[in-house]
Design a binder for this molecule. Structure first.
Ligand SMILES: NC(=O)c1ccc[n+]([C@@H]2O[C@H](COP(=O)([O-])OP(=O)(O)OC[C@H]3O[C@@H](n4cnc5c(N)ncnc54)[C@H](O)[C@@H]3O)[C@@H](O)[C@H]2O)c1
Length: 434
């Protein structure tokens, strides 16, 4: 199949890099988003999210005349849907006394409905949003077939998961292997033709449900492995062991690769996607369910560590360093660091948070300091919650001159405790028992 014109629906962390990359490869791209503020920003060649290289890519794509943004899709050869699939905030499923989270598919449904008036015979539709197994067949195809065109016959339909790493999205978009799951083998071939415009990695064709499962398996595998690392951190704490040392020794075994513990698991992928398996098969997923429980409860373990170090938390002034869900990104969604701050506040602590990648973030009930200096100056303790590179470069001697704090608590194994002690700080680390 040849593609001259495509529509990318949803212009966030996934849709915008995808749209601008296609445009820079000569395809005429209409980016579509329901948020008019985003459309206005993009049409000026500016961007609304932080991702290395993206500002340059979007401004070049707009300048070339190949990328335009609108709130409505128009006729095109292919439509790519990259809208959010979070979980529902207030509705839960239940199975045998366990409560599980449910996917919120409203954006996928409305994105599919928005294509209906412009869908034509011979088109290709690709869903990129992470979705529960069988979404392409059971949710997307029936909506698109309201056009009276048949999926897999009159138009091609695919699922192609996105597996890029935030912070390296533009590079990974072209270099990573790409999975294309077709409703039919012909659909998979059409999807492969589209992505081969810029993908240099291997393109693997399979069926749509396999592609959906592959994406969920990847993130669930990581979640379960982080859960065991977090559980090891609690065991080490109980037995007076340093979990970081124990893991580094265990990992010398040629067939063992334990991941790092931390304050929990966040972001809108690893902490969300495993629920899509639990939701669709709660009777088959006790391990996945319990791993989610372990990771979601890890912020409580952080608070216990802080309480043990500082004593009664009421009135204690804590500088919480980092609110993003992982190092060197500005994404605060589902962040365990924010959960730690909420829990500390509930215990009566006075927390000032500092997030260098989003100093103007507006988080429900969390006071974000305008500067790093403001966050630390009157603190009793510094609490490291995210391994941002700039936090790793701190000189404890310099920090000691800018803060009243003399306690440094590290939840990510980011600081050299002996250096901090030499600078006059009492130190504590997550997963290091007394
Ligand atoms: N961000 C990542 O690193 C990543 C990685 C892999 C997979 N994913 C998956 O990709 C999908 C998109 O994620 P994201 O991070 O780009 O989300 P995002 O929130 O950054 O962006 C989504 C955009 O879609 C827009 N939108 C919502 N409903 C719409 C509709 N009906 N029509 C048009 N636009 C609409 C929103 O306004 C928003 O700008 C999700 O399913 C996510 O799980 C994300």
């Amino acid at each position: 199949m040849k593609f001259q014109k495509i529509c990318v629906i949803g212009l966030g962390y996934i849709g915008l890099p995808t749209a601008s990359t296609f445009a820079l490869h000569g395809v005429e791209v209409l980016g579509v988003d329901t948020n008019p503020g985003i459309i206005e920003t993009l049409n000026k060649g500016e961007i609304h999210i932080h991702e290395p290289g993206l500002r340059d890519a979007v401004s070049k794509a707009v300048e070339s005349g190949k990328f335009k943004a609108s709130t409505q899709p128009k006729e095109a050869d292919a439509f790519i849907i990259a809208v959010p699939t979070p979980f529902q905030e207030n509705r839960f499923g239940e199975y045998n006394g366990i409560q599980y989270k449910l996917a919120d598919m409203r954006a996928v449904i409305s994105a599919a409905e928005s294509i209906l008036p412009v869908l034509k015979e011979g088109n290709l539709v690709i869903l990129e949003s992470t979705s529960p197994p069988r979404t392409t067949f059971d949710l997307l195809a029936p909506i698109l077939e309201k056009s009276s065109l048949k999926a897999g016959t009159d138009f091609h339909l695919c699922y192609s998961p996105e597996r890029v790493l935030p912070g390296q999205i533009l590079r990974e978009l072209t270099e990573n292997a790409r999975v294309i799951g077709g409703m039919t083998p012909e659909s998979a071939q059409a999807g492969a033709d589209l992505y081969s415009i810029f993908v240099k990695g291997q393109i693997i064709q399979t069926d749509a449900t396999t592609a959906e499962m592959v994406k969920l398996m990847e993130n669930t595998y990581r979640d379960v492995n982080i859960a065991i690392a977090n559980e090891f951190s609690r065991l080490a704490d109980k037995f007076g062991v340093n979990v970081w040392e124990a893991i580094s020794i265990a990992n010398l075994h040629p067939r063992v690769k334990i991941l790092s513990p931390g304050p929990g698991v966040g972001g809108h992928c690893i902490s969300v996607d495993p629920w899509f398996f639990v939701e669709t098969a709660p009777e088959l997923t006790p391990l996945i369910y319990h791993s989610r429980q372990v990771n979601d409860s890890q912020p409580h373990f952080v608070v216990e560590t802080v309480r043990r170090t500082l004593g009664e938390l009421q009135g204690k002034r804590i500088a919480a360093l980092g609110l993003a869900y992982k190092p060197d990104v500005d994404d605060l969604r589902e962040s365990p660091a924010s959960e730690v701050v909420h829990l500390l506040q509930k215990s009566g602590a006075q927390v000032k948070a500092w997030e260098p990648f989003k100093p103007d973030a507006n988080l429900n009930g969390i006071a974000i300091s305008p500067t790093f200096e403001d966050a630390i100056k009157d603190a009793d303790a510094l609490l490291l919650l995210v391994k941002h590179t700039e936090f790793m470069k701190f000189d404890p001697v310099e920090i000691a001159q800018s803060t009243t704090a003399r306690i440094a608590i590290d939840t990510v194994n980011g600081w050299n405790a002996s250096q901090w002690r030499s600078a006059g700080f009492q130190t504590a680390k997550l997963g290091v028992g007394k």
